[in-house]
Design a binder for this molecule. Sequence first.
Ligand code: TYD
Length: 197
Amino acid sequence: MERGFFLVLEGIDGSGKTTVAHKLKEKYEKRGKSVLITREPTDYELGKYIRDYLNKVTEQERDPLFEALIFAADRALHIRRRILPHIEKGYLVISDRYFYSSLAYQSINGIDFNWVLEVNKYMLTPNLAVFLDVAPSEAIKRIHHARNVFEKKRFLEKVYNTYLEMVKRGMLIKVNGNKNISEVVEEISLLIDDRWK
Ligand code: TYD
């Protein structure tokens, strides 16, 4: 059986990852592939707990140490229960966020990037990890639920810069997320096809 492919989509809130994931799914299903869209935080117990926590805390109350650990725990189960079994069955697995989100969102307030990287050391490496590049000022317009837009923007700028740093390091491949959706999907599918042989 053909081996699957593990694609990760990353980007700041409002960057359009979820729409891109669905368009990619359509495209590959038309080609006869089996496709699974999944996301982090997951819909397992711990993932639900995390979503609940994220809904309740203000930006100032967020605790990156706690978050890095709990997101990693959720991820470990995600890999074992869902990602790996589907890759083994030949699926294109598309994860809306993965450990790059932890590096971008939790390496703040004294928690350094390398420590977060260390915590995620044993997580499966994806075949392709894409950073959907949309500027914070643009993304914020797409988020209607932000509690405090100013606070949110400053936070997203930090997150955004860390993503760019990962692009520089070669951990993520940058795709311009401001283009129209079909161009974005086309660009990502070329990257996939190049690697999925
Ligand atoms: P979600 O509502 O799924 O937002 P989005 O649609 O933008 O992905 O919430 C996910 C939030 O969790 C998002 O703000 C990023 C954050 N997050 C982390 O801080 N660390 C992580 O490791 C992951 C996976 C997500």
